[in-house]
Design a protein around this ligand. Structure first.
Ligand code: ZN
Length: 150
């Protein structure tokens, strides 16, 4: 017979598998804390760091760079079109428009990162801003704080 004596019920530790006292809060063998496990996800404190906020601010700074650059390229390209017949000015303006759209996407990602929503968009925005040094930092921060996003 392997059943535990009545009055002293035991169970197996979910972490190391050894038999421990039923009402033990912490496994004496491996130190596994059952109070955390039993509390469940609902009672668990949601991790809350300022990393998404920092990432969001960095992304917004990057986005402003893109928007300023895109706007400038569009303006420069449009003014070139007035002087020349070739497509050079139009191409510059089109590139500027793309950079501008990129900037707006990064800006949205930054706002989402600050609000800790839409992890995917915050991640995409970080990748889109990798061209700047700040984007790399933002990408790392967004990935580390993935759990904080809703
Ligand atoms: Zn254990």
């Amino acid at each position: 017979m392997t059943s535990a004596p009545v009055g002293n019920p035991s169970r197996n530790c979910v972490s190391c598998g050894r038999s421990i006292s039923w009402d033990a809060n912490v496994c004496p063998y491996c130190g596994h804390d059952f109070r955390v496990a039993m509390a469940g996800p609902a009672a668990m404190q949601k991790k809350d760091s300022s990393m998404p906020l920092i990432a969001g601010v960095l992304l917004i700074i990057c986005s402003l760079g893109y928007i300023v650059m895109g706007g400038w390229m569009m303006a420069a390209g449009t003014s070139l079109m007035g002087f020349t017949e070739d497509i050079g000015g139009g191409a510059v303006a089109a590139c500027g428009g793309l950079v501008l759209v990129l900037g707006i996407l990064v800006l949205l990602g930054g706002v989402f990162a600050i609000k800790k929503t839409h992890f995917g968009l915050a991640l995409v925005a970080s990748i889109l801003s990798l061209g700047t040094g700040l984007g790399i930092v933002a990408l790392i921060l967004v990935i580390i704080s993935k759990d904080e996003f809703t």
